[in-house]
Ligand binder design. Sequence first.
Ligand code: DI6
Ligand code: FE
Length: 411
Amino acid sequence: MTISTANWTTLYTNINIATMTAASNGYGEIMDAALAISAGKIAWLGKASDLPNFDKNTVDVVDGKNQWLTPGLIDCHTHIIYGGNRANEFELRLQGASYEEIANNGGGIVSTVNATRQASEETLFKSALKRLTAMQKQGLTTVEIKSGYGLNVETEVKMLNVATQLSKHLPITVKRTFLGAHALPTEFKNDADGYIDLVVNEMLPQICKQQLADSVDVFCEGIGFNLAQTERVFKAAQQYKLPIKVHAEQLSDLGASELAAQYQALSSEHLEFLSAHGVKAMAQADMTAVLLPGAFYFLRETKLPPIAKLREHNVAMAIATDANPGSSPIHSIQLMLNMACTLFRLTPVEALAGVTCHAAKALGISHYTGMLKVGYDADLAFWDINQPAELCYQFGVNPLTTLIKQGKRVI
Ligand code: DI6
Ligand code: FE
């Protein structure tokens, strides 16, 4: 087969590649490699010694200086659009109050809801842009952002508008998730079913009409919504043909992952209390388990997600920051790589897969990003490291040197 090199625009040489094409395959390493880009896509990659002939007058050849190249990183679970912050609750928790106690006393998510309702779209945009810019510097080329601090039509729409604006402002793919069923707003106290009516009959139709969401999520939990309410939101999402995600088994085991499996959900997220049945259901539905070591750490959780069972059943594990003002005010995907290994005992290969190919799977976008393959988006991160495990092993010196989004240099 002759390879057409006529449309190549850039060729990176003198690099080592972690393709992350399948976690079972290790990093998918190619040493002494090269990678060519054409029209924002990966046009060729392989051993430098196998490079086909190309026209040196038209291709920009870049010396990769023996650096490592990975897919651009993906943070597949964040809540970075919100008003105010919750440093005061952090102090309360240090004095002994639990996350659930604070939530039950009108603090927690609901206090962020008040601040988010009051904030203008511009204020929300500016604060989220600051966070996202910092996150991008860690190597992100794709991020998922959830709504869920509005809890009324107007503010949920406002948050998703901000998410849309962020994607226009920064060269980063933003996947927007509608999380109307995140918490019960005070005006619906003792009427969670009535609030779910609003979510499915007003919010979701409005949001779909304006094309503001790429998926739908529910916080199924004692302090969130029960299984029946969760199922109503899933049914509505299905009607609108939006993929489903779920916050499940974070503080207790309600069986939300099994329910989500029945609806062919993309992913179930948090999962510290996930049962063996839940793992099996997720495996059968080919769902991704999104693990959030930042929330585990910040809430000082002691129950680990069932990593061994997830492995045994070949459930893809993604890793994300859960960046939010209450349970994970952490915006570093690099720190998550470290914590996935230190706290959850993932291997560095699994952790890196968790922020690349498996994170893409959790977002339903693994057919064009999250791996280095011919035809995939040229979303590339270059690292000044000697081996991929360094990305998990050390923390605090940012080894990112160059970030490419769809073929264009961003950092
Ligand atoms: N689980 C979480 O960890 C975040 N949301 C959720 O459903 C916490 C959100 C917050 O406390 O503001
Ligand atoms: Fe979350």
